[in-house]
Design a protein around this ligand. Sequence first.
Ligand code: GDG
Length: 480
Amino acid sequence: MSGAEFVVVANRLPVDWSPDSAESGDGEGSWRRSPGGLVTALEPVMRRTDGAWVGWPGRPGLEVDPFEFDGVNLVPVALSVEDVELYYEGFSNETIWPLYHDVIAVPRYRRVWWDSYVRVNRRFADAAADVAAEGGTVWVQDYQLQLVPQMIRESRPDLTIGYFHHIPFPAYGLYSQLPWRRQVLEGLLGADVVGFQRVADAGNFARAIRRLLHYETRSSRITVPEADGSTRSALARAYPISIDTESYIELAKRPDVQARAAEIRESLGNPSKILLGVDRLDYTKGIRHRMKAYGELLEDGRLDVEHTTLVQVASPSRERVDAYVQLRDEIELTVGRINGDHDTMDHTAIRYLHQAYPREEMVALFLAADVMLVTALRDGMNLVAKEYVASRIDNRGVLVLSEFTGASDELGSALRVNPHDIEALKDTIMRAVVMPPAEQGRRMRALRRKVIENDVERWSRSFLDALEVARAEKGRRPRR
Ligand code: GDG
C-alpha cells in the first residue's frame, strides 16, 4: 500500500460496533457511523485525499483488521480491559480531565496510569506512522493523545503534524502540578501546528513552554530546538471549533421535528416558559449550580411550577469513574428534593432525563425551549450552545451562557454569566425568562450570524490551511 496522504488520529474511530438484535440472531454485529461534528467536518477531506482514520473501536479487547467504511479507511487500535482502565479512565479522565478543567474535581497522579498512557500513545503513534504516505499530513485529536505528535515525528520526520486540543489548557499555576509536565509539553510540541479552542488556552500553553522548557515564544510562534542543534518553528494558536450548522438548520425546518417540539410542550402541560439544560453528566458542566439557582427561584416565589419547567437532559458519561458515580447521586438527590418540594399533580419543576437521544429529538427540544442554560464551570468550547442557536430558525429563545466556556468568546450576544455567583445566575435566569420578543430576536439574530459564518467546515479548513503552510515551509528547509 502506498499509504494515506492524510491521517486523522483520535481516541475513537468514527464508528460504533453495534451487536445485531436478538431477532436477526447470528450473534454478530455491524459498524455504524457515530454522529459528531468532527466526523462531518473531516469526512470530505478524508475522501478527497485518500485519508485514513486511526482510533480505538470502542470496545475493550476487540481486535479488528483495518477496513473501509463509507469510503474511509479505518485503522483500529485495540485496547485491552487494562488499557481502558489505566490509560483512558485513569490518566485521561482522572488525571488530565480534572487538572485541565481547573481542578473542579481533584486530579489523581498515579505512576501506573502514566506508564500506560505512554504505552498506549506509542501504539497510536506507530499505527499512524505505518499508514501515512511519504510527506503526508497527520492530524492528532485531543488530550488522550498528547504524546503522539512527538512520537510520530521521531519515527517519521517527513510528515507534517497537527494537533488539536478540544479541552481547556490550564493556567501555569495548575498545570505545574502535573508530575509529567515537561514530557507532555514535549509531546505536544512534536506538532507543527498546535490548535486550541481559546486565545487564553494558547497563551497558557506558551507560558508553560517558557517556564518549563525555556523555549522562546513570539506571538503564536514557538522556537523548538532540534537534536542536531538547529531549530524549527511550531505554531500554537486558537482555532475555535464549531458545529455542522446547516444540518441543524435543516432539522429545525422539518415539519415532523417542529410538530415534536409542540408535542413536548404539550406533554409538559404547556408551561409558559421551558428552561433547558443538555449536557453529558459531567462535573465540569455546572449542572448542580444551575439546579441550585433554579431551586432557589422556586423557593423565593420568583418562578412557579404552574408556569415554568426545567428540562434537564444529562446523557450518561464515564460511568465507571468514581467522581461521575458520585455526581450522579448528588444530582439525582437534588432533583428529587426540588421536585418533592415543588411539584403539583399536574406540573413538575424538573423533568430529569438520564438518557441519550437522537439528534432529531435534541433539535425538537431546542425548538421547544424558551431559555437554554449553559452554565459550565469550565468548558473547552461547548457545542450545545451553538447547536441551540443554530436550531432557532425562528429567531426566538434566550441563551444563558457561562463565561467559562470557549463559546462565550464568540457569542457575545448571549446573556453571559459567572455560574459560581448564584445570585447573578438567578438574576440572569429571570432576565431570560422575562425578555421581550424583540430583544430575543435582536440577540438571536446576532448569535446566528456567528454560528452560520463560523461552522465546523470553516474550522477544519483554517486548521488544515495552517498545516499546508507548515508543509510548504518544511519542503523549503534543507534536509540534513
Ligand atoms: C468536548 C469538550 C468541546 C449530548 N447529549 C446528547 C447529545 N449530546 C451532544 C451535544 C454535543 C456533544 O454531545 C457535546 O459537546 P460539548 O461541546 O457540549 O461537550 P463535550 O462532550 O464535553 O466535548 C467541549 C467539544 O469537545 C468539541 O471540541 O466543545 O468543550 O469538553 O454535540 O449535542 N447528542 C445526542 N443525544 C444526546 O443525548 N444526539
